[in-house]
Design a protein around this ligand. Sequence first.
Ligand code: MLT
Length: 392
Amino acid sequence: MKMKYNKNFDNLVDNYLFSTIRAKKRAYEEAHPKTKIVNLGVGDVVGGLSQTVVEAMQKAVGDYLSPATFKGYPPEQGYEFLRESIARYYSRLGVNLSTSEIYISDGAKSDIGNVLDLFEKTTSLIPNPVYPAYVDTNLIRGNKIKFMEGRKENNFLPLPDFSDKNSYLIYLCSPNNPTGAVYDKKQLSLWVDYANQNHSIIIFDSAYESFIRGDYPRSIFEIEGSRTCAIEISSFSKRAGFTGLRLGFSIIPNELEVQKKKIGKLWLRRQSTRFNGVSFVIQKGGEASLSEKGSRECTRQVDYYLENAKILKDLFTNLGYDVVGGVNAPYLWIDCKKDSWEFFDYLLEKHQIVGTAGAGFGSLGKNFFRLSAFALREDVEIAKERLTKGGI
Ligand code: MLT
């Protein structure tokens, strides 16, 4: 029999959304080399890391000099020191975790795709609009997708339909990428009840929890009943600036079982076959970011992005646009009143500002535009000046 490729790839759009955004930006830069582009597109951190994190990593590099302190392969589940720091971080939210329930990885995006190895082909319940990696990884796996609608009418926060008794993998992202919407405790409790009733599993993406300043849950495990129905996937990328360093983790409660199989055990089995861990240096950086001093420094960085978000939100609101998000989240979701790729081209051509077309996050994003607040303040001020003077 001849080799065949995985035909599920035919179901994907040609390029991953953020590769398209980067390519469009690059093409414009090449054609206009003297023009300053303001990049509010891909949500990538800017500026320096926290001093405490850098010092911890520098010290860790020194350990590699001597056989006595040298480190080879890291432990499959991650170093105990980092898992302890994460457990302590969660205990401040009132969530008690055993370090055996925490699995270190090279980032939330990897875990989001890899977690599908644990389940037979299934149907996933995924919001529309949504972070495109959820949809792409499910399509590659050959899963069916049932979309749940995020619209202005429900504040972009879809809730469970209790009349639907099927089991699903349910994807929730709060604070949400791309809409910036945040679930409150009551809403998440509905999801947990639904998942427990229908033997569904919630994949809770908490990559943006550090942006929460209001009274909202930062973790699904703040919700009663969640330990029997949820996996949480999180990241150091946005809370501590690790997008280039790569560090994340998943939390799988010891009670979480499907057909009497412990999901955490399957995950460890999967990871030890397919993954060789994150380097000691990076894990030391992660630990430092969770120390008292490191946390203070990281919070200052997040506050800086939140201030950017406020400036952008005020700006677009004053220009007459409906804007959600940007309060407990780094993303603003703007009703751009026209096709979002047209709006993308228009902002780039007229003001040299890059954002992300909402259509890239799903059909319901067609007339929305996402701005990322991960930018230097001077760039945000340039965008403000251009838009205030030039208008839209
Ligand atoms: C985004 O812009 O949505 C992020 O960069 C995506 C990610 O974290 O992979």
